[in-house]
Design a protein around this ligand. Structure first.
Ligand code: DON
Length: 557
């Protein structure tokens, strides 16, 4: 079922820009989580910068204007299509050298409820500045200082606080108070709790000045590093000078696979997302080719996709972790025969018992995402995070940026779910300098070597569903970019048992059918998709209306 006219409605209400009538290669586009990053990225491309230049400038801007997830204190993944070649940059955080498998367990062997989520001990070694530096060295056209400067100016001169940011900041401060958590958060962000206030961040501006002038050394050594380490030592954190100087962002080979004639380029381990999307799309396809395609967002469709998702998450928990520490059976997990065999066990009329869905290889709630296409047809899909909204909830004093709480993405104890309800074992156990398993899935789809779709979202484990559904919505059900990001989505991750998390907006008939089958429906929004879609040589871009994103397509001069 198509949602006729929704895109025009969304354009009218939120200013998402519909496609102009020009060829892809004379257009460029952004789909960004906020208006500041959108403008900075557009300015960079108007000045002759490519998609990587725009991505670097946007990443630093979001560290200033989108503090709940934009960062220099966290990490992320960048999927790249540049000069007709694919690439992938892993700037995920690493566990500090003194981290250990049981570091979040108490004397009884139980997982401490907040140590991996809040405060200095929750932080992995930040990777963002190293990542942006690597991206710049390999691909950029414009000077580093030009790309850091817009963020620095916004931090120094301030920006007017958008209403949605003010709401998030004030709710967060209230929550810290209610839970009696000691934090310097409101000292730094109290002024951002008022919509329209001019919000300046002088310490962050000074840190960005050092990064602008000294590159990597402006963050991983010298004054910024001193501030981070002093804060760690005073607050029970682990990150040392040695850890900071040992951090490396890594170039990896992206996962690429063919799906319905498209080439999909997506994130390899230490993300679980690419393997998961390959399995998920593959299983849905295997069932659809034998049984036909159920109507869009019908109960039958949600059941089919959910059954596939259960199998995806069973494999995720068992086989996925940092490939530098654990042998991930990647080739087997994305083997079409294996995926088709997994799909055979899906019963279209009944929920398969949760306990029967085991890993299959026996035989042998803040992140943010942006999508960019430049006028040469290069693309960047970049997802970046400090894990939960506002990360560890504490600022590295003197350096002025929020620290991540990414350590919670490790499996603190086998079988005990993390914040996102994900379980894991050996593959994702904590080890010094290991990267914690992620769900971030920045993804680019090619059609005949040209950009078809650039997509990604925040949302912890639900990221994988948001990305998979954005591909199915646009490329299987033919929705426009605006329709695809704003139509209701759903998510099933095996545990909790028989539970489908869903956006509001599904029909009564769909919900009744699912509850009749025995599903529990958990109606809560998730994710924030930012998508660029090419149709007939024209770009369209859309950011989900529930967020504060901005998507724009510009005609190149
Ligand atoms: O890397 C991951 O999978 C998580 N740290 C992402 C966290 C996230 O998306 C939170 N956003 N809503």
């Amino acid at each position: 079922m198509r949602i006729i006219g929704l895109s025009c409605f969304i354009v009218f209400l939120f200013g998402c820009t519909a496609a102009p009538s020009t060829q892809t290669e004379s257009e460029y586009a952004v789909a960004m989580p906020d208006e500041f990053a959108a403008q900075v990225a557009l300015d960079v491309m108007a000045e002759g910068g490519n998609a990587i230049d725009a991505a670097i400038a946007a990443q630093f801007t979001l560290a200033v204007t989108y503090p709940e997830a934009g960062n220099i204190g966290g990490g992320g993944f960048m999927t790249i299509y540049m000069d007709n070649a694919t690439d992938f940059l892993d700037y995920r955080e690493m566990a500090p050298a003194t981290a250990s498998r049981d570091m979040y367990l108490d004397d009884n062997g139980d997982v401490h409820p907040t140590d991996s989520l809040f405060g200095a001990k929750a932080s992995g070694i930040p990777g963002t500045v190293a990542g942006m530096w690597q991206a710049h060295q390999k691909y950029a056209k414009l000077p580093w200082a030009r790309l850091v400067q817009p963020a620095l100016t916004l931090a120094e001169e301030g920006f007017r606080v958008p209403e949605k940011l003010a709401g998030r900041v004030s709710r967060y401060i209230k929550r810290l108070e209610q839970r009696g958590r000691e934090s310097n958060f409101s000292d730094y962000f109290g002024n951002a709790a008022t919509p329209g206030a001019l919000f300046k961040q002088p310490e962050l501006a000074a840190t960005l000045t050092r990064i602008r002038d000294h590159g990597l050394a402006g963050f991983y050594s010298g004054e910024t590093a001193d501030h981070i380490v002093e804060f760690m030592q005073a607050n029970g954190g682990l990150i040392s000078h040695e850890d900071l100087s040992n951090y490396v962002a890594k170039w990896r080979t992206p996962i690429t696979f063919n799906w319905r004639g498209y080439e999909i380029i997506t994130s390899p381990p230490p993300s679980s997302g690419g393997i998961a999307v390959a399995q998920w799309l593959g299983m849905v396809d295997a069932v659809v080719s034998n049984n036909g395609l159920p109507p869009y967002n019908s109960g039958h469709y949600l059941h089919l996709v959910s059954e596939a998702g259960k199998r995806v998450f069973a494999d995720r928990a068992e086989y996925l972790g940092d490939p530098d520490f654990f042998t991930v059976p990647q080739t087997q997990l994305v083997d079409p025969d294996y995926i088709a065999k997994r799909a055979q066990a899906i019963n279209l009329n009944a929920i398969s018992p949760t306990g029967d869905v085991q890993p299959g290889l026996y035989e042998s709630e803040d992140t943010t995402h942006f999508s960019i296409v430049d006028k040469w047809g290069n693309a960047v899909a970049n997802t970046t995070t400090i894990n939960l909204s506002f990360g560890a909830g504490v600022v590295a004093e003197g350096a002025g940026f929020l620290l991540n709480d990414e350590m919670d993405d490790f499996s603190a104890k086998p079988g005990v779910p993390n914040f996102f309800g994900a379980v894991g074992g050996e593959a994702n156990a904590i080890e010094p300098y290991k990267r914690m398993l992620s769900s971030m899935t920045p993804t680019i789809v090619l059609d005949d070597n040209k950009i078809k779709l650039v997509t990604g979202s925040p949302g912890g484990t639900t990221i994988i569903s948001s990305v998979t559904l954005s591909i199915l919505n646009t490329l299987l059900f033919d929705l426009s970019a605006e329709e695809a990001v704003n139509s209701p989505r759903f998510h099933h991750q095996l545990l909790p048992k028989d539970t489908i998390r869903m956006h509001p907006g599904f029909t009564v008939a769909t919900k009744q059918m699912l509850t009749g089958m025995g599903y529990t429906l958990d109606e809560r929004r998730f994710g924030d998709l930012h998508v660029i879609l090419q149709q007939d040589g024209k770009l369209s871009a859309a950011s989900e209306a529930s967020g504060r994103g901005k998507a724009v397509v510009e005609k190149a001069q």
